[in-house]
Structure formats: structure tokens, C-alpha cells
Design a protein around this ligand. Structure first.
Ligand SMILES: *Cc1c(COP(=O)(O)O)cnc(C)c1O
Length: 455
């Protein structure tokens, strides 16, 4: 008789969460308030109104523990949620580890990553509040793909500023975004003052997320019918992503197991927050003992090497200042092939829980990330996004530690997306053309020296 080992822990559609979990209700100390970029004084909801619809602004500052997910959003979620949770039994065997390795697979969404969880929610609220056009930025292209798809579902017009280097290197991502009806402009562009200012100094600029954000924000601020959408960093984005962890808690119960360590990669912090915050909520109530680990690239180490202070979210200094772990808004990260992790800052909520000692952070070098991704692919059959490879590498590290100790360990990590649009980076890796980057100490010191002074 063939003995089937359970590797999938599936929930029925009826178990899609009814409400997002807001950790702001349970934090031992509240978040520091955002500051106005001109006056450096705390801002109120009205200050954000040129950029965001009021329903999202209210979520941004809410301290309600549970925020109901609108029925229309749950109906859209039903296409890919509850997202699969799998046990990586073949990877466990390959590593010959006593550890149990589980992963939550967000690449099963039609956009290929967790970003669609917040995209459909953000577009829903924009539509409800009367927004006609949305602007945004995209680095690796995942966020642009998710937002343009959500805009197509709701019939909203969408404009994407795509970081120049991705625009040139990732024509398939661009084609996907355009297929959903959005227009894509390479950033820096001549369409905005922020873009023109950069081009005047650096005509061949590769662009950065910080610059693209300035362009998208500037366009939204100019027109009352146009709003801006951000795919990470903000509190309401972290909130929408909590469906990941809420489902994972139920799926781990189906597996009759309990994580000792929870792992996710962190660029702006949203897939990490999505998996971790519901567990941290339990940890604060004494119901979970799990260590929680955010993994970032060694080349862009905002959590492990950045400063916890007020900084701008963009290079052009148009956004409010938020208190976060930052490398400085002018920091240009080295050109690692995980575009989604090349951001100078980190979500204030993620920065805050790290600062409170509720979570830890670690780094992974680029070559180790790809080696882990290949090992995972050969065991599990899924090619992870280069960003997700960082989580895979950290999970493998934990599994090998458990092996060295000869003790079991239950590991849960977030596989935030698949890498089907990132095969160029795998080509470069397999051809031996990728390199590790040393910690860019001098550039970071320079960018940190330029941090705003709050007095
Ligand atoms: C955007 C992205 C990330 C990084 O963003 P977070 O907000 O830190 O989650 C990670 N993985 C994938 C697949 C992404 O698309």
C-alpha cells in the first residue's frame, strides 16, 4: 500500500477571513505619528486627503482590532484564497533535517504574488470614494501587475511609473501591466518636476523606487480625481496582508503543528507583516511562542544596519515623514536582482515591532538566496521570486541548525511569489554572472548624514 503523506493543508472558500487583523489595537506602545514634510508637525487625516481616499486614511490611523473585509473584496479573494499551505517534505528529505518546513504560497494569486491582496482592497475603496485615476510606482513590476489587474476588475484608470532599469530589463512585466489596461512610463520621466530634476543631473539615471514614488505622488497631488496607491510600507497595506497569517494559523491547526519560527523576506515589510502580525497578536497574548524573523538582502539592510528615525518615503521629499528603519532617502541600493527588496526604508509597523523586541531581522547575500531558490525549486517544483529566495534561504538555515542540534523545529515561511517573470535573473545566476555585494558602508553613511533634522 502506498502511504500518502499530507503535504497540503487546504481550507474551504468559506474560511476566507471575514476581517483583517490590526495589530495597532494590541501594541504595548503606539506608533509615532507621521509628520508633515513642510512643517515637521504631526499630520491629520485631512493632510493625506490629496493622495488617498478617506476610507483608506481612516484605516491607516485606526486602532480597531478587527476591520471587516468588504463582501466584494472577499469575492475577489475567492479566486486565489485561502492560499495554499504546503509542507516541504521533499526539501526536508534533501536537507536530511528533523525540522518540519511549511510554506504559505502567495504565488498562487493570478498576479503571482501577495500584492494582489492589498491591490483589490485599495482599488475597491478608491472606487467607493469616487477616485477616477490611480497613479503608482513599480520596481520589480509585481506591484504594477497587481494594481493594474485590480483596476481592470473595478474599471479604474491606472498609470504606473516603472523604475527605468526594470522597464528596460523586464519587457514581459511591462507587457502584462499594459495587457490589463494600465499605462507604463519609465521613471525618471519628463512628465513630472521630480523626474525632470533628476534627469537634468543624471540623464542616464537607472531610477529607483524613491524617485518613482515622487513622480506618482506629484501626479496625484495635482488632480482631485487622481489618487496614489502604494504597494507596501503603509499601515493599511500591512493590514490588508494579514489574511495571509490569519489563514496560516488555521492551516497550522489542520497540520496539528505549531511554528517555532516564522520567516518572511522584507522589502517594505508587507508580506512579512501579513504572515507575522496575526502571530505577534497571539504572542502578545501569550498564545504563541514563535520567533519571528524578517529577512533582508545584505546589499540593502534597512532593519539590520539602518537607523530608527524619521525619514521621507521618497527621494523628492514630497511624502510625509514616518518613523522607520531607514538607510536614508537618497540611498541608491546596489543592483541586486530582487527589485522588491531595494527600498531605503521599512514599514513603520514592522520597524516598531522590531524595536520592541517582538521580531528579529537577518540578512542573506544574493548568491546564497539564488542557491536556496534553486534547491527549493528542485525539491518542490516552484521557482520562487528572487525576493522570496531570501525567505527560503533563511528557512534552510534554520532547518540545518535544527539538524546540527539533532532536535525538531517547526518552520513556517512565506513564499511571497513565483519567479516566472524573473527568469533573466536565474539565467544570470546559472551563467555565474551574479555577485555578492559588500555592505555599501560609505554610501549608507552618506545617505544617513543627509537624514532630516527634526527639532
Ligand atoms: C514586492 C515583493 C516583495 C517585497 O515587498 P514586501 O512589502 O516587503 O512584501 C517580496 N516578494 C515579492 C514576491 C514581491 O512582489
Amino acid at each position: 500500500m502506498l502511504r500518502m503523506e499530507t503535504i497540503q493543508y487546504n481550507l474551504p472558500q468559506s474560511r476566507i477571513p471575514l476581517a483583517w487583523y490590526n495589530i495597532q489595537a494590541d501594541l504595548p506602545t503606539p506608533l509615532a505619528p507621521p509628520l508633515h514634510p513642510g512643517t515637521m508637525k504631526p499630520i491629520g487625516p485631512a493632510d493625506l486627503a490629496p493622495l488617498f481616499p478617506m476610507s483608506l486614511i481612516l484605516q491607516e490611523v485606526s486602532t480597531e482590532r478587527e476591520i471587516e473585509i468588504p463582501a466584494e473584496v472577499r469575492q475577489l479573494y475567492a479566486q486565489w484564497r485561502p492560499a495554499p499551505m504546503m509542507r516541504a517534505r521533499r526539501l526536508e528529505k534533501t536537507l536530511d533535517t528533523p525540522a518540519h518546513i511549511y510554506y504559505k504560497y502567495e504565488g498562487a494569486s493570478p498576479a503571482g504574488s501577495h500584492k494582489l491582496n492589498t491591490a483589490v482592497a485599495q482599488v475597491y475603496y478608491n472606487k467607493k470614494d469616487g477616485t477616477k485615476h490611480l497613479t503608482t510606482e513599480t520596481g520589480a513590476g509585481q506591484w504594477g501587475s497587481a494594481l493594474s489587474m485590480a483596476c481592470a476588475f473595478f474599471g479604474l484608470d491606472c498609470k504606473v511609473y516603472m523604475v527605468r532599469v526594470s522597464y528596460d530589463q523586464k519587457p514581459y512585466r511591462r507587457a502584462l501591466i499594459e495587457a490589463f489596461g494600465a499605462s507604463v512610463t519609465a521613471s525618471p520621466s519628463n512628465e513630472t518636476e521630480s523626474g525632470r530634476a533628476i534627469l537634468a543631473k543624471h540623464p542616464n539615471s537607472n531610477g529607483s523606487l524613491g524617485i518613482a514614488i515622487s513622480e506618482a505622488v506629484e501626479m496625484a497631488a495635482k488632480d482631485p480625481d487622481t489618487k496614489y496607491a502604494l504597494g507596501s510600507v503603509l499601515n493599511h497595506v500591512m493590514l490588508h496582508q494579514t489574511v495571509i497569517g490569519l489563514e496560516a494559523i488555521e492551516q497550522m491547526a489542520l497540520a496539528d503543528d505549531d511554528p517555532d519560527v516564522i520567516i518572511a523576506c522584507a522589502g517594505g515589510g508587507s508580506n512579512f507583516a501579513g504572515l507575522a502580525m496575526p502571530y505577534l497578536g497571539r504572542k502578545l497574548k501569550g498564545q504563541s511562542k514563535a520567533r519571528v524573523v524578517a529577512v533582508e538582502p545584505a546589499a540593502c539592510p534597512s532593519l539590520t544596519k539602518g537607523r530608527f528615525t524619521y525619514d521621507f518615503g521618497d527621494t523628492g521629499h514630497l511624502t510625509p515623514l514616518v518613523k522607520m528603519h531607514t538607510l536614508g532617502s537618497t540611498f541608491m541600493p546596489p543592483g541586486i536582482h530582487a527589485g522588491g527588496l531595494r527600498y531605503h526604508g521599512m514599514a513603520p509597523l514592522v520597524s516598531h515591532v522590531l524595536n520592541l523586541g517582538l521580531a528579529e531581522a537577518t540578512t542573506v547575500q544574493q548568491l546564497d538566496a539564488f542557491a536556496a531558490g534553486i534547491q527549493f525549486a528542485r525539491s518542490e517544483g516552484i521557482i520562487p521570486a528572487p525576493e522570496s529566495n531570501h525567505a527560503v534561504a533563511a528557512a534552510i538555515r534554520e532547518a540545518l541548525e535544527a539538524k546540527a542540534e539533532g532536535k525538531p523545529r517547526t518552520i513556517l515561511f512565506n513564499l511571497s511569489g513565483h519567479g516566472h517573470f524573473d527568469m533573466q535573473s536565474y539565467i544570470a545566476y546559472q551563467a555565474g554572472k551574479l555577485e555578492n555585494y559588500e555592505y555599501p558602508e560609505e554610501e549608507i553613511a552618506m545617505a544617513l548624514a543627509g537624514l532630516p533634522v527634526i527639532g
